[in-house]
Design a protein around this ligand. Sequence first.
Ligand code: BG6
Length: 480
Amino acid sequence: MSFPKGFYWGGATAANQCEGAWQEGGKGISCPDICTGGTATQSKRITPVLEEATFYPSHDAIDHYHRYKEDIALFAQMGFKMYRFSIAWTRIFPNGDEEEANEAGLKFYEGLIDECLKYNIEPMITISHYEVPFGLTKKWNGWADRRMIECYLRYCRAIFTRYKGKVKYWLTFNEINSATGKMGGFLSQGILNEIKTMEFMDQKDVPQNRFQGLHHQFIASALAVRMAHEIDPDYQVGCMNIMATTYGLTCDPNDQIAAQKQNHLFNWFCSDVQCRGAYPNYMQRYFKENNIKIKKEEKDDEILKNGCVDFYTCSYYMSNCQSADPTKQDAGKGNILNGVPNPYLKASDWGWQIDPIGLRFSLNEIWDRYQLPIYVVENGLGAYDKIEEDGSIHDDYRIDYLRRHIEQMHEAILDGVDLRGYTPWGCIDLVSASTGEMRKRYGFIFVERYDDGSGDYSRRRKDSFYWYKKVIASNGEDLD
Ligand code: BG6
C-alpha cells in the first residue's frame, strides 16, 4: 500500500484558533475575538463589547504567533510536505475597509511562509477561515452586503502580490457550505442582525441573508480565482467544503429522497457553483419553497462561469443520515449536523459520528462529479488527552481514527480518485471552533494550555507524532 509519489502529507490550522496575539502588529478585531469559551453542552457567547473578567480563547490561543518557528520545526520533524494555515484578514486590513494593507501583518506571514519553505513544506493558505473583520460585520452585517466583495478582493490583491513566487495553493473560503445551515458563517454571514450579547446558538437566522451572503462569496471567490491567475499563472486556487455524506436512514425511497435533498443543499450546492461555474437547478426549487430571492447583478453569471476553481478540497469528520419520518429527526443528538444517528457508527466524545468508509464514498462522489484534483484538508479526532507521569501522551484512539481514514483514502485512490494531499486538522492542539475549548484536542503535538487560561504553552510530542512521522516517511505504507 502506498500513495502516489509527491503526495502532500501535512497538517492544518486556522489563525484565530492558534495565533493569539490578537492585538499585536496592528491587528484589528476578528469576529472570533468577541466569542467567549464554551463547552460541549454550554454554548460559547458572543459579546460585541468585551467583558473584563471573561476569558476569550482566541486572544492568546496557543501563541503560534510568537512560536511558529518552533511549531514548524516540529512539523518538519514529522516530515510534513504541506502546511495549511489561514491568514487573519484583520492582520492585513484591521477593520477590513482600509485602502492600504498593514505592513506588519504582511511581514508576519512572510516570515511564516519563509519558515515553511526553509523545510520544503508547501504552504496552502486559506484566505478566509471563519474570521471576518468585526469592523465589517458591524458596518455592513458582513457578507449580507455586496460591498464586502471589494474589501475581500483588496485583501486578496495584497496577499497574492506579496507572496508571489513563494506560495502556490490558495483556498478562498473555509467550509463555505457551512452557511447553508443555520449556524453558518460564524457572525460573518449577515446573521448578526442585532449586535448584542447572546449565546452563540441563539444568533438570529435570516436565510435570505445567509444565501445572499453566499452569493457574494461565490462572486468574490470567482473574481479572486481570476485575479490570482493574472498575478501569477502558477497560482492554484481551490474551494473548501465540509463534506458530510448523507445516507438515507433506510432503503425506503422516501428516505433516499430526504438524503438526496440534504446532499444537494449541504454537500453539493456550493462546490457545484465553484467547480462548475453556475447555480445548480435543484436550488431553484429550494429557493422558491423557502422564499429566498437572490439578488444578482447583470454580469454575475458570467463572473461565476469564468471563475471556476482549480481544485477541490474538503474537511471530513463525519457522515450523516436523513429520514423522511419527522419523528426520527433527532436534532442536535445524532450529529453536529442535526441528522439522524446512524446505528452502524460510533461517535466521538463530542457526538461526531465516525465513518472512515464514508470518506472513501465521498471521495468517489466528488471525483465522479468534478474530475478535479482533490485534497482532504481537514480530518481528525477531537478527544481528551492525558499526560502520563513520565510526560508521555498515549493517544492510540487518535492513531486508530487517522489510520482508518488513511486506509480509506488509499482505497479511493485505487478506485481511481485523483487525491493529492491530506492535512489533518489541528496538527498541533488549538482552540475548538465550535465550542471554544482547549480540551477538545486534535494535535500530534500537545500544548500546555487549558480552558481556565492556565498553562505555559510548552509543546510535547504525543504517540501520534511518532506514528505520523512513520506514515509520512513510508508514504502511507507503514500504518502500524
Ligand atoms: C472545521 C473548521 O469545521 O472543523 C475548523 O474548519 C474546526 O476551524 C474543525 O476547528 C474542528 O471543529 P471543532 O469545533 O472541533 O474545533
